[in-house]
Ligand binder design. Structure first.
Ligand code: ATP
Length: 263
């Protein structure tokens, strides 16, 4: 299987201060990998480092075939280059423009395909994966529900057929029922496009149900990793991962079980 992301002994953080300590992480094309752990465990920091918004402090990192040299300086050019190579990052805040309609967001994205610079997906195909968006295409993003906004940010990210998709806290502020509806789309995206998908998620059971593999982080280190089924069985490690943090949404009993209530 082709690796789209490999981290070895990765140290990452802010202004040279490490909050991620020696993480090993591997993501292959076509698989969904969950990053689990309490608030402050280092999940977002890891994603920011992979997407180039932070530079690694030490260790090795290979993203879509590019070796990233550790150092303290972040270069905008490397973020853009990584995006061109096929990296898409859906941030916690969804990154939408409140005054643009859903259609305008998706049109902005598909411009690359019109230039013939990528094998972008057709709008119709992406809308098949997010049918709820079809009725709100001409509504401004700021007026969409939280779930619709999240679907839009995912749809926008997949329009360019990413080879590596990073999704941070898809469920933030969403009711568990909505999360249950949206999370399986990550599985569809990985299977249909061959992208490697990394999802940071607080709804542990739901995340494991759509993932192939998972990593549990605690205080910036990997506490456990393995297939989703293996990790789901390690209740004690999961509890250590969550109860060891600042806040403690307890993991559910198993895949598919509801997560913590929406904020
Ligand atoms: P959450 O689930 O709450 O988003 P997380 O697992 O994604 O948590 P991070 O956001 O990566 O965790 O934070 C890891 C650590 O880095 C925390 O101790 C946090 O306080 C610290 N941190 C985050 N952002 C910064 C920053 N800009 N400058 C300095 N430290 C930061």
């Amino acid at each position: 299987m082709t690796s789209v992301l490999t981290a070895r002994s990765l140290v990452a953080g802010y202004d040279g201060v490490a909050v991620v300590h020696g993480v090993d992480l591997e993501v292959a094309a076509g698989e969904v990998v969950a990053l689990l752990g309490a608030n402050g465990a280092g999940k977002t920091t890891l994603l920011l480092t992979v997407s180039g918004l932070l530079n690694p402090i030490a260790g090795s990192l290979e993203v879509l075939g590019e070796s990233v040299v550790p150092g303290r300086r972040v270069r905008a050019a490397s973020v853009t280059a990584r995006a061109r190579r096929g990296l898409a990052h859906v941030p916690e805040d969804r990154g939408l423009f409140p005054d643009l309609t859903a259609r305008e967001h998706l049109r902005l994205r598909s411009r690359r395909s019109r230039r013939g610079t990528s094998d972008s997906l057709e709008l119709d195909e992406v809308l098949e994966w997010f049918p709820a968006l079809t009725r709100v295409m001409d509504r401004r993003a700021g007026l969409l529900s939280g779930g619709e906004q999240q679907m839009l940010s995912l749809a926008r990210a997949v329009m360019d057929s990413p080879r590596l998709l990073l999704v941070d806290e898809l469920s933030l502020g969403l009711a568990p029922l909505v999360v249950e509806q949206i999370l399986p789309s990550l599985r569809t995206i990985a299977t249909r496009t061959g992208a490697g998908v990394v999802v940071v998620e607080q709804h542990v059971g739901l995340a494991l149900a759509v993932s192939d593999r998972a990593y549990v982080l605690g205080h910036g280190a990997v506490l456990a990793s393995g297939t989703a089924a293996d990790v789901a069985g390690q209740v004690e490690v999961l509890e250590a991962g969550y109860l060891g943090g600042n806040r403690s949404p307890r993991p559910e009993a198993g895949p598919g079980a509801p997560g913590p209530p929406a904020d």
